[in-house]
Design a protein around this ligand. Sequence first.
Ligand code: FE
Length: 194
Amino acid sequence: MNVREAESGRLLAALTSLLSERGLISDDELAARMAITESASPKQGARIVARAWTDPGFRERLLADGTAAVEEAGVFMRGLPPLGVLENTSEVHNVVVCTLCSCYPRAVLGYPPFWFKSPGYRARTVRDPRGVLAEWGTAIPEDVRIRVVDSTADYRWMVLPMRPAGTEGWSAEALADLVRDSDMIGVTQPKASL
Ligand code: FE
């Protein structure tokens, strides 16, 4: 552990003991909250995407109110910034970035991938989204609009990708295996054969 980590550890311990002393959060609640964050992962997000692809009612609820829909799917969102879900269609392709830092729907998707936090991704996605997508091997037709959306401390976004062609009749489990974190950020698109 380096000096900075040790200092962060001391600050964190001081903060949590103060919160618990003042009755703002119990040790049990804190442990539960940490367990939820640790259990979040791209796989959890992929299950939500696959459910939206196979359950039209859930898809509608997810797009209308992401926070409520993922809570319905078992994600604990209390006290967190709301989640918005952006649907990719044949007319618009969404890409999520946090231009300021690394805001990310961690309760749903787990920790962001390293490149999401990089200054290059944050700056270039805004200036030249098509160029960034091309580097990922993602070609979006010229007549499809690209919408870049900023995740912030107040509102977190994820993308509902288009269901890949050739997956008719697939189970939700099999569909979930196709979905990666980069698909839910919008720099890639899931394909039936990876
Ligand atoms: Fe941020």
